[in-house]
Design a protein around this ligand. Structure first.
Ligand SMILES: [Zn+2]
Ligand SMILES: [Zn+2]
Length: 347
């Protein structure tokens, strides 16, 4: 079968990989329909973080269940499913508390290989999210929104959940990548009244406004802090979504949050120094991590997509087939695409 494979920074190819099989009774094998490239993939694509040569790529998809192991009873062959990057068992302390992104029964290395024709998926019984009906029942746009529920939209939602965004809040969203834009959607879904998107790219500013941003702040660093403080009469924001992960972005987030508020972070951290003393003196919280994809999809997001309340699939601004996977990565690396869609199979 065909699958995307990492060769070296800047190079991803389609390789002929062995067909995945059920290895454990809790596994499923999925036939992938649509996959995509993640902003977090750019860290290794650009050589900033390490990735094993020859490893299969991708961790976001939708597809059809091909086969299940003996312990999988809630999901059946033929089911149309969201294939999250997380593999919650639904039973451990983390899953039960709503943190399935931190499932204590996850197999290491399980979230790779989604950019391929078939995938072995672990902890399938609880982690997979069944979509009603079949792919042909949905428009192209809705299929893309369902795909966004495998990571990016759930991650945006995790930012607002972590930041404890409430009805009437002034929320600031740091980062105008696909996750930040989904953070805007999520902030609106939670009832934030004012949503300030930090963005300096015209195409992303437009989409942020479509998703519910009320204000745009294009500056960074000290200028951004001043702009946000001016806009909030010196109060700072009721909640801040940090969707970048750099040290500068985290530092800015901590300067624009009002006393007592929480910074929700979902950008994979790439700077290690945070002065936690300031958190104390302002009673601020800083929390976040991997999204609880299955929990949010089952509780809120799948219904919101099916009801047409949210349209996160709009973050896919370029599409490719699996054979053009290199171009899909290049388009995101060069910022020509907000997020690259990969059509693996039409049905
Ligand atoms: Zn991702
Ligand atoms: Zn678990």
């Amino acid at each position: 079968m065909k699958a995307g494979m990492f060769v070296k920074p800047g190079r991803v190819v389609v390789t002929d990989a062995p067909m995945p099989v059920i290895e454990k009774p809790s596994d499923a094998v999925i036939r992938i329909l649509r996959a995509c490239v993640c902003g977090s993939d750019l860290w290794w694509y650009r050589g900033i973080s390490k990735r094993e040569q020859g490893s299969l790529t991708g961790h976001e998809a939708i597809g059809i269940v091909e086969e299940v192991g003996d312990e999988v009873t809630h999901i059946r062959p033929g089911d149309f499913v969201i294939v999250p990057f997380t593999h919650g068992c639904g039973k451990c302390a983390a899953c039960r508390a709503g943190f399935d992104g931190n499932c204590m029964n996850q197999e290491p290395g399980g979230n790779a290989g989604y950019q391929g024709e078939y995938l072995r998926f672990t902890n399938a019984d609880w982690a997979l999210i069944r979509i009603p009906g079949k792919p042909g029942d949905y428009s192209d746009d809705t299929l893309n929104s369902l795909l966004a529920l495998s990571d990016v939209m759930a991650t945006g939602y995790h930012a607002v959940a972590s930041a404890e965004v409430k009805e009437g809040d002034t929320a600031v969203v740091m980062g105008d990548g696909a996750v930040g834009l989904c953070g805007v959607i999520a902030a609106k879904l939670r009832g934030a009244e004012r949503i300030i998107a930090m963005s300096r790219h015209a195409d992303r500013q437009r989409l942020a406004r479509q998703f519910g941003a009320t204000d745009i702040v294009p500056e960074r660093g000290a200028d951004a802090v001043k702009h946000v403080m001016d806009m909030t009469d010196g109060d700072g924001a009721d909640s801040v979504l940090e969707c970048v992960g750099t040290q500068e972005s985290t530092a800015t987030a901590l300067q624009i949050v009002r006393p007592g508020a929480v910074v929700g972070r979902v950008g994979v951290p790439h700077g290690k120094e945070i002065d936690t003393t300031k958190l104390f003196w302002n009673n601020n919280g800083l929390r976040g991590g991997a999204a609880s994809v299955t929990t949010y999809d089952k509780n809120i997001l799948l219904k919101a997509v099916l009801d047409g309340r949210i349209k996160p699939g709009r973050v896919f601004t370029k599409r490719f087939d699996l054979d053009h996977i290199q171009q899909a990565y290049e388009a995101m690396d060069q910022r020509e695409a907000i997020k690259s869609l990969i059509i693996v199979s039409e049905a």
